[in-house]
Design a protein around this ligand. Structure first.
Ligand code: ZN
Length: 366
């Protein structure tokens, strides 16, 4: 669909298209000194505007806010299509807008979309306008992560990345877009997060989430940043052979939940270690038999919510009990467990939604 009012949203210039196709690396070599908004080391990627891919108008006025403090990476949780064409990129952009209209939103929730074929598209109207000439402090208020919308820019990556990774074209586009957004808005690689860092959700998928440290490193390289990005803020205990206590009991329940056979006795012995090794191998992690952040977030600490009956729920109940909440460790996530989770979340400044995701797990195991 070709919109004759295309001037309303800037179409990428031929130069910008070529810059995007050539990639930022070659141009980056021309820069000297410290990277930052002032010296534009990172080339602007080609971004297909709303008018070009055939967006419908937003149903209400889109306001500009800013400055952004972070970038949130998402996956669309849709099919991993092998159609890498530009037409397919237009289709996913249009589909997302329709899905978001159906949720009652005024436009696409995210500011940018990257297709499986590596095309970068404007999501919400005014996102390209917000980039200005490459130094900016404003962006259109989106709808991609409750609580973070006025301070973060969202990027939807077409596909489902629980067990597989984005295509290489898509990954390259993601690195280039993140680097350009960092440069434009004065952000650092450490300001790049996954959706699940803020809400109990699988997004952006286990596999893609596990690659965010690499994304930060590649963005840092493009920006010419020499300092390594600091680690994420969510903290986890490290458990290894010889450890004991409620954290070990909880981990043993979670290992059982993942399909491993082991006794749940609160003592981290050889049986627990071999279950951990097996879990790590199945997730492509370093199989050192010790449970640290990557293993917890792979996730060994799976999301639990009301209505479930499982060993993982026994893990939740074990940790709740250790934290002074009165619940029965029966593996049934009923109203009593839900209310204990809610009060724990409230006491820990978490969203009291009674869903135990990574943020809640991390506090339960603290
Ligand atoms: Zn998301």
């Amino acid at each position: 669909m070709r919109d004759l009012s295309a001037n309303a949203a800037p179409r990428p210039s031929r130069r910008a298209v070529l810059g995007g196709l050539l990639g930022a690396g070659g141009l980056g070599a021309l820069s000297v000194g410290k990277a930052g908004p002032a010296n534009a080391a990172v080339a602007r990627p080609a971004i297909i505007g709303c008018a070009t891919w055939g967006a419908q108008p937003a149903t209400s006025t889109i306001s500009m806010v800013g400055p952004p403090q972070k970038i949130l990476v998402h996956h669309t949780d849709s099919a991993n299509t092998t159609d890498y064409s530009q037409a397919a990129a237009y289709t996913i952009a249009r589909n997302i807008q329709q899905w978001h209209f159906a949720r009652g939103w005024i436009d696409s929730g995210q500011q940018f979309t990257i297709s499986r074929g590596g095309y970068t598209l404007e999501g919400r109207h005014r996102s390209v306008e917000g980039l200005g000439s490459g130094t900016s402090s404003v962006f259109p208020l989106g709808a991609h992560c409750t609580g973070q919308n006025s301070t973060s820019i969202g990027i939807e990556n077409e596909g489902t990345y629980m067990t597989v990774l984005p295509t290489s074209a898509q990954w390259t586009a993601l690195v280039n877009l993140c680097a350009y957004l960092c440069q434009t808005y004065g952000l650092g690689p450490e300001d790049i997060y996954g959706h699940r860092d803020f809400l109990d959700t699988d997004c952006p998928g286990d596999a893609l989430y596990a690659r965010l440290p690499q994304l930060r490193s590649e963005v840092a390289a493009k920006l010419g940043t020499t300092n390594p990005p600091p680690p994420p803020t969510r903290s986890w205990p490290t458990l290894s052979q010889g450890a004991s206590g409620f954290r070990v009991t909880t981990a043993q329940y979670l290992l059982r939940h993942s399909g491993r056979s082991l006794s749940v006795d609160g003592a981290f012995g050889p049986g627990t270690k071999s279950a951990v090794v097996s879990f790590q191998q199945s997730k492509g992690l370093t199989a050192d038999g010790s449970i640290g952040r990557l293993t917890w977030e792979s996730p060994l600490a799976v999301t639990c919510s009301q209505g479930q009956t499982s060993d993982a729920v026994r893990g939740v109940q074990t940790a709740l009990t250790a934290k002074g909440n009165t619940v029965t460790v029966d593996g049934v996530f009923g109203s009593g467990t839900a209310s204990a989770v809610r009060s724990f979340q409230t006491a820990n400044a978490l969203d009291p939604d009674a869903v135990v995701g990574l943020n809640t797990w991390s506090r339960l195991l603290a």
